[in-house]
Design a protein around this ligand. Structure first.
Ligand code: HEM
Length: 201
């Protein structure tokens, strides 16, 4: 019997919405020069948040762990085939297509942050800035794919995935949910993000 189960813990959800806000904010404030401090601050947030997520992917809850990502090429093929046959395979955590996009977003976020830092600190030539711009534009394109993918799979699976990333709950079998939302670590993430930004300012 399917029921409402807790899938995304609070740290994962906070990470997601803080990352989305920081990335979009950093993109919007890339020009003009007047916004440079804010842009750099948001870029550091992207790096800090992804740093946290890398750790949480190792020690976090069941579906937040990297071992829960469905990255095998066979699974991806089977999942994509199931989409076109009209009987989409259901995943409690990230589905195979989403898993690949998420890995891409995390890697591009790290690369965008690192090249942004190198540009700001003048650690390389003009080319670093070009790479920073190219990586950030590629990341924006992947974000568009990500959001479209989320909307399409919400329709196909008749499950509101956006709401799940807000309240943490999805549909699944009893025993498939996680035990705790880890709100204390969630509050810690928020505080660390706040204090980190404040100290940079
Ligand atoms: C309105 C904009 C966005 C919406 C509605 C949205 C929605 C979602 C949803 C529903 C999931 C869970 C997917 C699943 O069920 O497998 C997710 C995961 C994710 N999204 Fe987004 N997203 C948005 C913007 C962004 C942006 C801008 C970024 C990156 C800059 C991003 C990065 C990620 C990452 C890294 C995950 C994996 C979360 C984790 O496991 O930690 N998202 N998003």
């Amino acid at each position: 019997m399917k029921t409402r189960i807790l899938v995304w813990d609070l740290p994962t959800r906070l990470f997601h919405w803080l990352l989305a806000t920081s990335f979009v904010g950093a993109f919007i404030t890339a020009e003009p020069e007047y916004f440079r401090d804010l842009h750099v601050l948001l870029g550091y947030s992207v790096l800090g948040l992804i740093g946290f997520r890398l750790l949480w992917g190792i020690v976090g809850t069941r579906y937040a762990r990297f071992t829960a990502l469905a990255l095998g090429p066979t699974r991806l093929k089977r999942y994509l085939r199931s989409l076109v046959t009209g009987a989409p395979e259901h995943y409690v955590g990230h589905n195979p297509a989403g898993s690949w996009v998420i890995v891409g977003l995390l890697l591009l976020g790290l690369l965008a942050g690192a090249t942004g830092y190198a540009t700001y600190e003048e650690l390389g030539g003009e080319w670093i800035e070009d790479v920073h711009e190219g990586v950030s534009n590629t990341m924006l394109a992947l974000v568009v794919v990500h959001v479209l993918g989320v909307l399409v799979s919400s329709v196909l699976h008749r499950e509101n995935l956006v709401r799940a990333m807000v309240d943490g709950y999805k549909t699944g079998g009893p025993g498939e949910g996680i035990g705790s939302t880890h709100w204390l670590i969630g509050v810690g993430v928020l505080l660390a993000a706040g204090v980190g930004l404040w100290s940079i300012l």
